[in-house]
Write a protein that binds this ligand. Structure first.
Ligand code: ADP
Length: 590
């Protein structure tokens, strides 16, 4: 039940109780007043009978005549009956009828006490009337004494009580109407009164509801301040509410901001982060977390995660980070499990951080491979040098011809080693950006022509032709002449090396919309798709023995790639085994 209706019903109940008590009180007062009046009237009537009949007529036989003269009118109007009884209580005269035979003996307590000399009042409900229906009577008996002080006559008067009852019930009716009217009025006033109290409360309640709704959704919906209309408790409550809601709004917006910041940080992290509570349920996780563990469902719990990384719950200890590396599909993930405590010393949850370490792993593998390759590349010429030197020491030196042949082999091996160290040094410098390019405006067409010139003899030795398809317009680039020359030379020499006798090498320089390109094509042995992906890797050679036999160490293309990229350009390779290879050098336009 609302406060409004509670107030109204309390109000109505109060008014009802007050009306009931006061009505009852009024009725009781009225009743005693009426009875008193009636008694007074009865008493006067008795005195009147005494004066007008007993004193007047003296002789009891005349008393009835006296009544007939006196009471005829009165008794009809006032419903008062008068009787004169003798000392033994028999009626000797009455106002009711003149038929003495019908006189009734009144032997009630009032009469008896009057016979004993004491006047008294009484009430009775008896079938005393001739019309024989029950009436309530109020009676009074008054003794008349003779000279010796004995009761000579008793005047017995009685009055019909119906008139009192009637007036009482009339009053009760009036009071009832008043009560009903009062209740209706109380209801209306109560409603108005309750409204004045409850309407500001319901405004406050609505405000509080809106606030709660907003707080629920972490939204700071704009709730206008509730107007303060009074200075009473409700007014003060409204003021406090407005203050509280503005504080709450501020706190909520601060919280939201903090939350947003956290969300932004979490969302833009490259690591996957998730947090689990003491029950192992997930509290929060960023999208990267789910992306990394592709098989995992949204509501993953701690147990499932531990199972994935193969860790047992018992291994988790407060504030001890546990690190595991797992393989998810093609990726290597480092999983850090950080159990946390808040108040107690027990684990109250776990934060899990996932890092994609595939790149690190690959780099690590590449580093290991590189070291192995370098040592291998050094060991081969070293073995050659050592074995030929030993043979020379063992006596071959005495045979001049053999000695010279051996020394030439040793010289070649030493050359290879020095070339290797030169290339490695260069790569390392390119890696660490220590190489300073001598940038200048140069003609790409002229540079290509120069490179062709440098290689033409070697090509001719293999009966190969080099054709240059020159553009009409010169192509000027901003580059290091020597370095780019090194790249073009390397590519042309590869084309010669990896193509057979009589092959055709075509070189084309052309201007594209966004860049300049030099395309070196041969119709040699070509490269399989599998190998093509890796030819720019350090030490990668399709056919190691062949490459080595031709003086290659597998570093040429990786150096070329670094130089091209150092100039803001790139290098691409297209090839089909036994058909030929196209190497495309792409240069930035200045
Ligand atoms: P290398 O010193 O072995 O020539 P590169 O880095 O210059 O090293 O080339 C890497 C590998 O790519 C070579 O060993 C060779 O197998 C392959 N290659 C390069 N150019 C060509 C080409 N024009 N035709 C076929 N294979 C080639």
């Amino acid at each position: 039940m609302s406060i409004r209706w509670k107030l109204v019903s309390i109000y109505i109940t109060l008014v009802f109780i007050v009306m009931l008590v006061s009505g009852t009180f009024i009725l009781i007062r009225l009743n005693s007043q009426e009875t008193e009046n009636a008694q007074q009237e009865l008493k006067q009537c008795a005195l009147y009978i005494n004066e007008q009949i007993i004193q007047e007529y003296q002789n009891p036989d005349d008393f009835q005549t006296g009544f007939e003269n006196l009471f005829l009118v009165r008794s009809q109007n006032r419903s008062i009956q008068g009787n004169i009884l003798d000392s033994s209580g028999h009626t000797i005269a009455s106002s009711v009828t003149n038929d003495k035979n019908l006189f009734t003996d009144y032997k009630n307590s009032v009469v008896i006490s009057a016979l004993a000399g004491k006047e008294s009042f009484g009430s009775s409900s008896r079938n005393i009337d001739l019309n024989s229906y029950i009436k309530d009577w109020i009676s009074y008996a008054y003794p008349i004494f003779d000279g010796s002080g004995k009761t000579q006559y008793v005047i017995y008067v009685q009055m019909d009580g119906a008139s009192i009852k009637e007036s009482l019930s009339q009053s009760a009716g009036t009071i009832l109407v008043a009560v009903i009217l009062a209740l209706i009025l109380a209801g209306i006033l109560g409603l108005i009164f309750a409204d004045t109290i409850t309407s500001p409360i319901s405004v406050l309640t609505n405000g509080a509801d809106m606030l709660a709704e907003g707080a629920d959704e972490f939204n700071t919906i704009d709730i206008p301040a509730i107007p303060v209309k009074s200075d009473d408790e409700i007014g003060r409550l409204t003021k406090s509410f407005n203050y509280m809601s503005s504080k709450l709004k501020k706190t909520l917006s601060e919280l939201k901001n903090e939350n947003n910041k956290l969300e932004i940080v979490m969302h833009n992290m490259t690591d996957g982060v998730s947090a689990f509570d003491a029950n192992g349920s997930i509290i929060h996780a960023n999208s990267v977390f789910y992306e990394m563990l592709s098989e995992i469902k949204k509501d993953i719990n701690l147990n499932e995660l531990l199972e994935t990384v193969n860790v047992k719950m018992e291994e988790l200890a407060p504030d001890v980070t546990l690190e595991k590396i797992i393989k998810e599909k093609e990726k290597y993930l480092s999983v850090s499990l950080i159990p946390y405590t808040i108040s107690s010393k027990q684990v109250e949850g776990v934060v899990a951080v996932l890092q994609d370490i595939t790149k690190h792993r690959r780099l690590d593998d590449m580093r290991k491979e590189f070291v192995a390759n370098v040592s291998h590349e050094i060991r081969t010429p070293l073995t050659t040098i050592k074995s030929y030197t030993e043979t020379l020491i063992d006596g071959a030196i005495d045979d001049k011809e053999t000695a010279i042949e051996f020394l030439n082999v040793i010289n070649d091996a030493a050359d290879r080693m020095s070339l290797l160290s030169k290339d490695l040094l260069e790569l390392s410098k390119l890696d660490t950006k220590q190489v300073k390019f001598n940038m200048d405006k140069i003609s790409l067409v002229k540079l290509t022509e120069d490179c062709i010139k440098q290689n033409i003899i070697i090509a001719k030795n293999k009966n190969q032709s080099i054709k240059f398809d020159k553009p009409k317009k010169d192509m000027i680039i901003y580059a290091d002449y020597g370095r780019i020359g090194q790249v073009i030379n390397n590519i042309i020499s590869n084309a010669i090396k990896y193509s057979g006798e009589g092959a055709d090498i075509k070189i084309k320089a052309e201007e594209k919309e966004n860049n300049y390109q030099v395309i070196i094509s041969d119709n040699g042995m070509g490269i399989s798709q599998e190998d093509l992906k890796r030819i720019f890797e350090r030490f990668y050679r399709v056919d190691k023995a062949r490459s080595r036999a031709m003086g290659g160490n597998g570093l040429g293309l990786s150096i070329a790639k670094e130089i091209m990229e150092g100039h803001g350009g790139s290098i691409k390779a297209y090839s089909q085994p036994s058909k030929g290879t196209d190497m495309i050098l792409i240069f930035k336009k200045p």
